[in-house]
Design a protein around this ligand. Structure first.
Ligand code: ATP
Length: 582
């Protein structure tokens, strides 16, 4: 209960520093015992008028040396505690990072951002005290009373035994409090994570809230959640404060019992004056380590509750195919979809018995009404979601059999919400190809007409804000395209990559896609059918199935869904153009 074996084994490197910490604390205790002995002995000599100047100077030197030893050992113990906690933080954060990066993307998306942030930052921070202070103190507080007992029993056995018997009262009170603490802290963490998640959600959606003037309502909800958090925090603090008072009572009460016993023994000539002074000086040392353990205990329990959250994340099963291999041939990739079926839930079938072929050196476009399953198909092709039935074959290799590293090296996605990270333009580009040269970066930037813009704005050192908020929508998309080009994949999937951007950027991107298809396998999802006119093949999806299939000319001749949608869009665009000319 007081030691979490799994937690310690997870960060086993810290064991060494915990042991060193305990050792230095023990050396500090020895320093304390030596100074108490010297002090008591010189008092006894003074009492019997046998203290002379030279022995007084000698005692003073020893006393100062022992105090210096105590201070030095205390400092070393703090250093060891720091080492233990930094190692724990580093190791746990590495584990969390590795776990997150080993998860399939759909699984990562299922975790709320705020809970990952809370677990990885605050949660790990809380464990610092568990390893840096609590665990060393736990071992030391067992060692200290035993050491003192072995030493003091020679001076007066009854007093030493009474002191030793009183010591377990503190851990017993800790155990009793722990029962309440556990329940309370679990509740505290649940409310804390919930509050964090609402806060982040409201912050991210603040503009929407302002537009709909719904911010006051959300603020009220946040107030209620914050009030719940305040109440539970107060309960936790009250519990901690009460248990601290109880432990103080036990610690100082225990020391007082020891001192009174020693004095009674002295009255009955059972102990020398030297012995009594030693007991007076050292009685509290029996209890202080455990008393200190008690105060770390609550913070440590908070850390333990946090560790449960960390382990839930670390234990989340990763649906990883261990037998997955590299792409056998990544030069020219044909994709075949066979009887694919995917449902978000039993009543929400998004892809239904879908079979089709995508040829290399071709531009294949998927179109269809909103909700027909285009984005779902992209998530299946990218391996973000797994189909319940059917296969996706890349050159006859099943997608699930290709390892992720090889897959994402070969298959790349440019979506309508490509992410630009805070940092320099170079950093954003290098993530697609770590050792790309400046010339290579500029080459892809030229391809998307961003070369001059970048040169005028600080070259590759140009600072970009998070989500590219200091760029226009069209620039973000062109930059994302340049980054994807640098990645030099063999299959490119463009998912509404030109939606909501300026006409010039759209034309640059579409023109580039045309050039790219000479060498690569290109898939494009677009709601604008004008973008499909030059495609080598078009699939029209309807209710997760292929409704029509062919080139633009063939589909127009069929007079079906495609022709209907195309005519409607054209009419709309003509009306808009007419309107804007009027
Ligand atoms: N995460 C989800 N959970 C449950 N159902 C979903 C989810 N995402 C999509 N769907 C449903 O699956 C169906 C296909 O959706 P999908 O997003 O693939 O359509 P789409 O063709 O990309 O639509 P749009 O053109 O509007 O983006 C729709 O009926 C949609 O409501």
């Amino acid at each position: 209960m007081m030691i979490d074996k799994r937690l310690i084994n997870t960060v086993s490197n810290s064991k060494k520093w915990i042991a060193i910490n305990v050792l230095w604390n023990w050396i500090a205790l020895i320093g304390g015992i030596i100074s108490a002995v010297i002090f008591a002995y010189s008092l006894q000599q003074a009492f019997y008028h046998t203290l002379n100047l030279s022995s007084a100077v000698f005692f003073l030197v020893i006393l100062l040396l022992s105090l210096a030893l105590r201070a030095f050992a205390g400092k070393k113990a703090v250093q060891a505690s720091y080492k233990a906690s930094t190692q724990v933080k580093h190791q746990l954060r590495t584990l969390i990072y590795q776990k997150i990066s080993s998860m399939p993307l759909n699984q990562v998306n299922q975790q709320s951002t705020s809970s990952i942030i809370q677990v990885a930052s605050e949660g790990v921070e809380q464990l610092e005290i568990y390893f840096g202070r609590y665990l060393p103190q736990l071992f030391y507080s067992l060692l200290a009373p035993l050491t003192l007992f072995i030493f003091l029993v020679f001076f007066n056995a009854p007093t030493a035994i009474i002191l030793l018997i009183c010591v377990p009262l503190i851990p017993m009170s800790i155990i009793a409090v722990n029962k309440i603490a556990k329940r309370l802290l679990k509740k505290y963490w649940a409310i804390y994570v919930g509050l964090g998640s609402s806060f982040l959600d409201n912050l991210q959606g603040l503009v929407t809230l302002k537009i709909y003037q719904d911010d006051a309502y959300k603020a009220k909800q946040m107030d209620i959640e914050a009030e719940n958090f305040r109440t539970i925090t107060m309960k936790v603090l009250t519990m901690q404060l009460n248990s601290v008072s109880l432990m103080d009572l036990l610690a100082y009460g225990g020391a007082a019992i020891g001192i009174i016993t020693a004095l009674l023994q002295f009255q009955n000539d059972g102990i020398t004056i030297f012995g009594v002074i030693l007991f007076i000086l050292l009685s509290s040392e029996f209890f202080i380590p455990l008393r200190l353990l008690g105060s770390f205990f609550h913070v440590a329990m908070n850390g333990k509750a946090a560790s449960e959250k960390i382990f839930t994340l670390l234990d989340a099963p990763v649906e990883e195919n261990k037998s997955a291999v590299d792409f056998l041939n990544e030069n020219e990739i044909a994709i075949r979809i066979e009887n694919l079926q995917f449902a978000y839930s039993s009543e929400k079938i998004a892809i239904s018995d879908l079979s089709l072929d995508i040829k290399p050196r071709n531009l294949t476009v998927f179109v269809g009404k909103s909700g027909c399953g285009k984005s779902t198909l992209v998530s299946l092709l990218m391996g973000f979601n797994q189909a319940q039935q059917g296969k996706i074959l890349f050159n006859k290799q099943e997608l699930t059999q290709i390892n992720r590293h090889s897959f994402y090296k070969t298959v790349s996605l440019v979506s309508h919400n490509s992410y630009i990270f805070k940092g320099t333009l170079r950093e954003n580009m290098l993530m697609a190809q770590v050792n790309a040269t400046d010339e290579q970066i500029y080459q892809v930037l030229e391809e998307v007409n961003l070369g001059n813009f970048v040169r005028q704005n600080g070259d590759l050192e140009m600072k970009l804000l998070s989500r590219g908020s200091n760029l226009s929508g069209g620039q973000i998309q062109r930059l994302a395209l340049a980054r994807a080009l640098l990645h030099n994949a063999q299959v490119y999937i463009f998912d509404e990559a030109t939606s909501n951007i300026d006409i010039e950027s759209e034309e640059i991107i579409l023109g580039f896609i045309q050039r790219l298809k000479i060498e690569k396998t290109i898939i494009m999802i677009s709601h604008r059918l004008a973008n499909a006119v030059s495609a080598d093949q078009i699939y029209v999806l309807d209710k997760g199935q292929v409704a029509e299939h062919g080139t633009h000319t063939q589909l127009m001749e069929q007079n079906g869904i495609y022709e209907n949608m195309f005519s409607q869009q054209k009419e709309l665009e003509n009306i808009r153009k007419g309107g804007s000319h009027a």
